[in-house]
Design a protein around this ligand. Sequence first.
Ligand SMILES: C[S@@+](CC[C@H](N)C(=O)[O-])C[C@H]1O[C@@H](n2cnc3c(N)ncnc32)[C@H](O)[C@@H]1O
Length: 265
Amino acid sequence: MSTDLPAESLRCHRADAREVDGYRAALGENRASLLLTDPPYCLLTRRRKGGDERDPRAHKKIDRNPIVRFETVRDYRVFTEKWMTQAVAWLTPDAPLVIWTNLLGKEPITTVARELGYTHLRGEYVWGKRTTDKNANEQLLRVYEVALVFARTLAPVPGLGDPPVAWAVVSGYDDDGEAGRWGNHPHHKPFSVLEPLVRTYSRPGETVLDPFAGSGSTPASALRLGRRPACIEIEPEWAERVTRRLRETARARSYRERLLSPSAR
Ligand SMILES: C[S@@+](CC[C@H](N)C(=O)[O-])C[C@H]1O[C@@H](n2cnc3c(N)ncnc32)[C@H](O)[C@@H]1O
């Protein structure tokens, strides 16, 4: 597939995933065939014993630093209801939802997905994040984030010649060096972690929606694999960075395509 996508597909829209405007700007008349996203995690506000916030200024700063905190798990559920209700309205009926979460967010996300008709939790994709350890004879894998896969229907019976569906991956935080190049987002996902999800749950040419783009790992992976990215991010600095990243990814892809095309040989 050629990567000559309209400029709109190579842009991250600065918007709030709980509101309609960003989806309209990113998708227009189009509908996405996959929701693959990494919303803020269910992290609760840090409080002193007396109940007041540890450092309200830090809290503000943290919010700008793409980490959002919630007072309670219930608040996280309300947040999830707001963004997920908007997002699913922009999907094709068969589109699966693949949603990253920390362990505390699993229950609220599953409850909301079920309420919206995504009654089948097809499974949980686990990222074993390689951590550095002093002991040279062993490596520790830390599981902090998992991606929950939901659909409206049961998974189809796999064909005998089909490749296996991946349910786990092992990688360090920045094995491909992309986090360092694009701002070291605290929740960056390397290409090797996202690739099996993009390949399994979408086809080339389809649109992949990510309303919480962060540093753009998901839309950039989708683009690299010949899908059309549609993305939103609330923080202007990150949204701009994602736009630059998408344009660079598209340039790298078309350069590679030109090199490999028969006429270039
Ligand atoms: C977990 S991070 C995503 C990280 C991303 N997967 C990456 O590889 O860089 C969640 C992102 O959602 C953004 N965000 C938080 N609230 C939002 C909202 N209401 N609408 C859109 N984006 C939001 C944050 O700024 C943050 O960058």
